[in-house]
Design a protein around this ligand. Structure first.
Ligand code: NAD
Ligand code: TDX
Length: 360
């Protein structure tokens, strides 16, 4: 374990996973100083961490990870010793219609952050207990067919969407900065997350909100594509283990061991909503399911073998998919004040651009 107290920079902290990580870290390590850097793109929501900002438990800086002067100042002024880098463009469908932002943030933004942290680390005399955790995805490994063994840390990279390619590029940069400059960098590759504060463009929150609004639930293709679902708090606990106990230069695969076909997942969500939501415009909710045109290049299946992080760092998921989905449904039902403001004109335009043709 690295020394305390730590000054931790969390990039993308107004987003889904990093927002959960901010809450987790503030509660488990109250002595650490937490600084969040987030550009507040469409996916960033200050409300996710507002109680911590307003209570002066964390510092919030609105800005771009690609702004070198801003990042240099922030690292120096806050004497940052640890970075958890999660800021990214994260949605595969958006990467298909507009890949430019993915290269700007995921590739160039990560490059800028690595260079800024390297200069800051060198100026401090290259401390051995500082850390930079680059958070990535299982999508860099490509697509599995049914029966293939799950991805692990030795699986060759084979990204197939613009999003996955941009994340793969950033993973290579992170590892190269460790190998060449000795920067204490760690990389993690995780499977699909779900839970509170998830932006309603992704399958699970989109399904829940469409059910609440009585809108069609779009299932791509025949719904047989498989994802390995991990409750976001389990991911946060894994990131904590990697940041504090992982070996620089090493990669850790993180996954839920919860492979579910999309159509089965949507059916479970419909049943949970029918059970837990008091008033629904359409009941049973499964009547809203529509099979629509497939995502171009849609990866068939993802699955992670998390043996390394279990054996070396003692992590394993604590929340089953049944329990996690129930918690997630309950959270969205209890927090309309979080998600209703997200249903803006921009969001409506996004849905229109994605689904108008597919649902016609
Ligand atoms: P998200 O889209 O919910 O949040 C991303 C955050 O980054 C937003 O708050 C956004 O405002 C911020 N951001 C975007 N561009 C920025 C920039 N240039 N400068 C500063 N901030 C910027 O994403 P997420 O789903 O929480 O994913 C977080 C990270 O975890 C990403 O790196 C993603 O690749 C990785 N990941 C996600 C999943 C998943 O299932 N969601 C799984 C594995 C890995
Ligand atoms: O409306 C939909 N209908 C549908 O069938 C949407 C939005 C998705 N899908 C399918 C596509 C996928 O097979 O559901 C599955 C999950 O889709 P997303 O929620 O968009 O996630 P995915 O593309 O698997 O990527 C997610 O997990 C890996 C995150 O968005 C990435 O950031 C992460 O790296």
């Amino acid at each position: 374990m690295t020394s305390i107290p730590r000054q931790l920079l969390i990039t993308g902290g107004a987003g889904f996973i990093a927002g959960n990580l901010v809450h987790h870290w503030a509660s488990v390590h109250p002595g650490d100083r937490i600084v969040v850097l987030d550009a507040l793109t469409y996916a960033g929501n200050r409300a996710t961490i507002a109680p911590l900002i307003d209570a002066d438990r964390i510092s919030f800086v609105q800005g771009d990870i690609g702004d070198r002067a801003l990042v240099d100042g922030l690292l120096a002024e806050n004497a940052i010793t640890h970075v958890a880098h999660l800021a990214a463009e994260s949605h595969v469908d958006r990467s298909i219609t507009g890949p430019g932002a993915f290269l700007a943030t995921n590739v160039n933004g990560t490059f800028t952050l690595l260079e800024a942290f390297r200069a800051h680390w060198l100026a401090a005399g290259s401390p051995t207990d500082w850390r930079f955790l680059h958070v990535s995805t299982d999508e860099v490994f490509g697509s599995l067919e049914p029966g293939d063994p799950p991805f692990n840390e030795t699986t060759p990279y084979s990204p197939r969407s613009p999003y996955a390619a941009s994340k793969a590029a950033s993973d290579h940069l992170a590892r190269a900065w460790q190998h060449t400059y000795g920067l204490p960098v760690l990389v993690s590759n995780c499977s699909n997350n779900y839970g509170p504060y998830h932006f309603p463009e992704k399958l699970i929150p989109l399904t829940l909100i469409n059910i609440l609004l009585g809108r069609p639930i779009p299932v791509y293709g025949d719904g047989s594509n498989v994802r390995d679902w991990l409750y976001v708090e389990d991911h946060c606990r894994a990131l904590e283990r990697v940041l504090l106990g992982g070996e620089p230069g090493r990669t850790y695969c993180i996954g839920g061991c919860n492979e579910v076909a999309n159509i089965d997942l949507v059916q479970i969500l419909c049943s949970l909503m029918d059970e837990l939501a008091p008033d629904l415009p359409v009941r049973p909710s499964r009547e809203l399911i529509r099979f629509v045109a497939d995502r171009p290049g849609h990866d068939r299946r993802y699955a992670i073998d998390a043996t390394r992080i279990r054996e070396e760092l003692g992590w394993e998921p604590q929340v089953t998919v049944q329990e996690g989905l129930r918690r997630t449904v309950s959270w969205y039902l209890a927090h309309p004040g979080w998600w209703q403001p997200l249903l803006s004109a921009d969001y409506a335009n996004y849905l229109e651009s994605q689904y108008a043709a597919r649902l016609a």
